[in-house]
Every structure is written in C-alpha cells, then in structure tokens.
Design a protein around this ligand. Structure first.
Ligand SMILES: O[C@H]1[C@H](O)[C@@H](O)[C@H](O)[C@@H](O)[C@H]1O
Ligand SMILES: [Fe+2]
Ligand SMILES: [Fe+2]
Length: 304
C-alpha cells in the first residue's frame, strides 16, 4: 500500500505535504498522524528553540563536528569492521538499547526501545505488506549500542546525531555547521572542496560518512548476510544523513541506485521523526511478530 500523498520536495517541511489538515496535526492517507509539535512543545528538529535540551544538543554537535575527520572515520571503519566484540541476536540487541540515552536528539528523551517500536509500528500500519520496512524500522538505531562498554563505549559524538560525508567540504545545511571551523579537515585542501576525494556520481557506497550508529549497523547487517533488500540497508546506513534526504545537499555524489533508494528513505524518515512521542507500545504484545521478521531476514546469532 502506498501513502496517497505527494512526497515533500527537498527542503520543504512536512507541514506543506498535501494531506488532510486538521488544526494541529496532519493525517497521512495511510493513517499516520504527523504531529506539529514534539513532546517538548516545539516543532521537530528545531535546534534553536529554547528548551531544556537545546544547550546539551548544541554542545553535542560542537564536539561531533570538531572530531569527525577523514582519518578518524577510516580508523573506526577498520576497527569495527572486524566484528569481533560480541555475539548476540537482533532482539537481544533491541533489549540492550533500553540502557541508551541519545544526547543529540531535541525531540526525544524516551528509552530508545520505545523509539524503535514506535517507528516500526507506525510504518506497519501504513505499509502492512512491506514487512522488510517494519523490520528496518525496528533495527535502524541498534548501532547506538556502540555507547555501551562491551561495544567500546564510544563517546556520544562518535555514535549519534546527524551524519555527513568526510573527505569533501562540509555543507552548510548540516546542523550547527559553524563548528566545522574547528575541524582540521576544514583547512585541508584535499578535503575541503565540493568533491574532495570523490567524483561526480561516484555513488554513496564509495563515500565515507561521519562515523556513528548508521554505518555501524549497516556493516553488521551486511557482514552477517542479512537478506534485507538494498533499500532497507540504504535506510539503515543513511537515515541520519539529513543534509541529503531533507536538504538535497551532496546529490552530486549519488549514483542511480542511490536515487532509487532515496525514495524509500524519504518515506521512512517521516515515521522515524514524527512517531517520536510519549505513547508507549506494549513490547510483549508485538514481540512475536518482530521475532518472526528477524528470523526471516537475519541469522539467529550475529557478530557485532
Ligand atoms: O539526534 C538524532 C538521533 O541520533 C537519530 O538516531 C539520528 O538518526 C538523527 O539523525 C539525529 O538527528
Ligand atoms: Fe538514528
Ligand atoms: Fe531513529
């Protein structure tokens, strides 16, 4: 089933999506209600709104932008590519996420497992036949376990937040862009031009993204031979790449397959972002369904 609304153009906020307008909220034809405000009374992804989370989120992005360099990402990819830390199932990993708090998110202070289930269940209601997309919703943020001791206890700036390419100029649409002025790559002529070390249409697969939960979870899914379709893996890998999927930056690096997959990512993003709420999901009730999907698309035990 398809959502019978036009997808917003790049850079156009969801409020402008052509849907039924009901004073405070928007109803997508599939049934999903896009709220106008988050749990803190602000519009979503408003990084300047005065709220209890604002300063912490800005500090987070400052450190993130200073430290995410080309060399750092290369090192992390090599290190984590070994997948030699933990062995466990996908569901065990979901349960671990209960311990995790994300300091980069202005819209959410609930335990992460709630967010996973809220995303997955909202997608399931509107796209009942796309079971791969339900599972993608459930697992897209599992990479945040990198914050936990057995996964190397990485600092928040190396795990969460929006992602962006390294090895070429940092685009102005990246949240709190000004802090890149403190990043050494910003002054390196090999890395600070539009293309940097890349070329027109080279494909995102050849681009190094800032290191975090997206790229890590993609690696885990791919190396453990998940049978999720390419769009599912793409969503996991680039769901935090707002500069691309919301602002349309870096499109010159995409190839044809990326263009196709981006359509699914933009659908997914609505559910990832706007399902964040205080409404709890009954974990035990939905667990059997998700266990059956995990069994369909993943081996019983994965290397992490
Ligand atoms: O703060 C959030 C959070 O870390 C999400 O998991 C990530 O996907 C978003 O891009 C980011 O804005
Ligand atoms: Fe995420
Ligand atoms: Fe998410």
């Amino acid at each position: 089933m398809t959502i019978l609304v036009e997808q917003p153009e790049f850079g156009v906020e969801a409020e402008e999506t052509k849907v039924h307008v009901d004073e405070k909220e928007l109803v997508l034809d599939g049934g999903f209600v896009v709220p106008q405000i988050n749990s803190f009374g602000h519009t979503f992804r408003d990084y300047d709104a005065e709220s209890e989370r604002r300063q912490g989120v800005e500090n987070f992005y400052r450190t993130n932008h200073i430290h995410q360099t080309y060399d750092f990402v290369k090192k992390m990819r090599e290190q984590y590519g070994k997948l030699d830390r933990v062995e466990m199932s996908v569901w065990e990993c979901c349960e671990l996420l209960n311990e995790v708090v994300d300091e980069s998110d202005p819209d959410l202070d609930e335990p992460q497992i709630e967010h996973l289930l809220q995303t997955a269940e909202a997608i399931r209601r509107d796209y009942p036949d796309e079971d791969w997309l339900h599972l993608t919703g459930l697992i897209h943020d599992l990479g945040k376990v990198l914050l936990l001791p057995s996964f190397g206890e990485l600092p928040q700036w190396a795990v969460v937040g929006d992602t962006f390419p390294v090895g070429c100029a940092y685009d102005e649409s990246v949240v709190h862009h000004k802090y890149f002025k403190e990043n050494p790559d910003h002054y390196n002529p090999a890395y600070n031009t539009k293309y940097g070390v890349y070329s027109e249409g080279c494909g995102l697969n050849n681009v190094m993204m800032s290191w975090g939960h997206d790229d890590y979870m993609y690696l885990v899914a791919k190396e453990n031979k998940s049978t999720l379709p390419s769009a599912g893996l793409f969503i996991i890998r680039y769901h935090s790449f707002y500069a691309l999927h919301r602002s349309g930056a870096y499109k010159h690096l995409m190839n044809e397959e990326d263009v196709e997959n981006l359509k699914w990512l933009q659908i997914f993003n609505k559910y990832d972002l706007y399902s964040k709420s205080k409404v709890r999901i009954d974990v035990e009730k939905v667990k059997p369904y998700y266990l059956s999907l995990i069994e369909k698309y993943f081996p019983a035990k994965l290397k992490w």
